[in-house]
Design a protein around this ligand. Structure first.
Ligand code: ATP
Ligand code: MG
Length: 427
């Protein structure tokens, strides 16, 4: 006997990057459709940008001394020698595109969706390819638009049936206020350097506000006692923040002011916010955003105020009420060579007459028993049966697959009229 050929090595998806299988992709589609409907209703337009950008875009926007740019980006040199990165987030690309296409001569309400890439340690709620839907508004600087994007997120949770999210907000002031505060914070932290971890010591000289964002529980106490930026805001930043708070109260949105909320990216000023779930373990933030008035100019565009947020779809999906994936309505079986040859054509006619119908046509022949077994497994409520007799008489058999009921024969011409009622009866 000849030796069996060696078994080919099985390739797998990259760690932290996941296939989304039929059944699960139904949930994704529902989520995406519902979010899109809400964004449409607020007059936001979708912006689609490439998944790859020059690395410099992220270095200059997200900040050199952030986790993302220091250690999480998938960066490479392409064959032409360009330094490129898979996008780790969406804001930088939106700003780049808005400048490039001259969109900033008027206010813009934009949104985007799609995969983002960060080489983090994979764990629940934290993946290396994950998906976001985000919103960016350009050209509006007041607290009213900050309120609008938060109102929009509340409407999203209601549309999705997600309950129990908590809103946290903070103000990061403007850059002068942050500079003053930064000195105070550094002075405070320098008195406690022995309690800081290596990461935070490193940040002390480069980006001390980041230390407030540390997820290390050992630092919780020293962070809690740190001076608060909110106590060092100027009049304009304070009024902006207070107006937003008043708007939230008027809209009856409960919120918590969290003076340690600084967000993981460098470009924010004034308003920052997060929506947090207590049902997701350590990775509880499902939506995060804020104002970034300096970023457009920093990337070479006209001075343009901006505000936005991004939400993580994997985390939101965990919170969605469970739902059965949609099964087909009908499954067409065909017996005998002529009927088999006619089946796909008949299925096309049915689809043309009933565009909403979810119809699966059996392919590959086989015994009646085998075909009905497949029909049953598909989850369809009825089988359409095409045998030689039906073919000869221009009719079709209809057999309920769930519950009782005999197979009946229906003239083909009447199928589009009778099928919807028969499907309802089979429910
Ligand atoms: P975290 O504090 O959880 O690391 P972040 O501050 O890095 O979040 P953003 O960059 O603001 O998050 O992204 C917005 C949202 O995208 C997060 O609130 C989260 O829901 C989601 N998100 C971010 N990173 C990941 C990831 N690696 N895997 C899955 N979802 C993510
Ligand atoms: Mg992060």
């Amino acid at each position: 006997m000849a030796p069996a050929p060696p078994k080919a090595r099985q390739l797998r998806a990259i760690r932290g990057m996941h296939d989304i299988l039929p059944g699960t992709s139904d949930h994704w589609q529902t989520l995406e459709d519902q979010v899109r409907a809400v964004l449409d209703s607020y007059g936001y337009g979708e912006l689609r940008t490439p998944l790859v950008e020059v690395t410099e875009l992220f270095q200059r926007s997200i900040g050199e001394v952030t986790d993302i740019v220091e250690k999480e980006m998938y960066s490479f040199t392409d064959r032409g020698g360009d330094h490129l990165s898979l996008r780790p987030e969406g804001t930088a690309s939106c700003v780049r595109a808005a400048i490039e296409h001259g969109l900033l001569d008027q206010a813009q309400r934009l949104w985007y969706r799609g995969p983002m890439f960060r080489r983090e340690r994979p764990q629940r709620g934290r993946y290396r390819q994950f998906h976001q839907i985000g919103v960016e508004v350009f050209g509006l600087g007041g607290p009213d638009i900050d309120l609008e994007v938060i109102l929009l997120t509340r409407r999203l949770w209601a549309a999705l049936g997600i309950e129990g999210l908590q809103l946290e907000i903070n103000s990061l002031g403007d850059s002068a206020e942050r500079a003053t505060y930064r000195d105070l914070l550094v002075a405070y932290l320098q008195d406690h350097t022995e309690q800081l971890d290596a990461d935070s010591r490193h940040r002390l000289g480069s980006n001390p506000l980041r230390i407030l964002d540390s997820k290390n529980p050992d630092l919780a106490e020293i962070i809690a006692r740190a001076p608060s930026l909110l106590d060092h805001l100027g009049a304009a930043s304070r009024t902006h923040f207070e107006t937003l708070c008043a708007g939230l109260e008027r809209a009856a949105i409960p919120y918590r002011i969290n003076p340690r909320l600084v967000r993981g990216l460098d470009y924010y000023n004034r308003t920052v916010f997060e929506w947090i779930s207590t049902d997701l373990g350590a990775q509880g933030t499902v939506c995060a955003g804020g104002r970034y008035d300096g970023l457009v100019a920093q990337l070479g565009g006209p001075p343009t105020p901006a505000v936005g947020f991004a939400m993580g779809l994997e985390r939101l999906l965990e919170l969605l009420p469970s739902r059965q994936p949609a099964a087909p309505d009908a499954y067409l079986v065909a017996f005998g060579a002529d009927a088999e040859a006619a089946a796909l054509h008949l299925a096309e006619q049915v689809r043309a007459a009933l565009p909403e119908l979810r119809l699966v046509c059996h392919c590959g022949g086989g015994s009646a028993k085998a075909q009905f077994k497949r029909a049953d497994r598909s989850g369809a409520r009825i089988a359409l049966v095409l045998g030689e007799a039906e073919l000869a008489s221009a009719s079709i058999g209809i057999k309920p697959l769930r519950g009782a009921g005999e197979q009946q024969v229906c003239p083909l011409a009447e199928l589009p009229v009778r099928l919807p009622a028969l499907l309802q009866a089979a429910d």
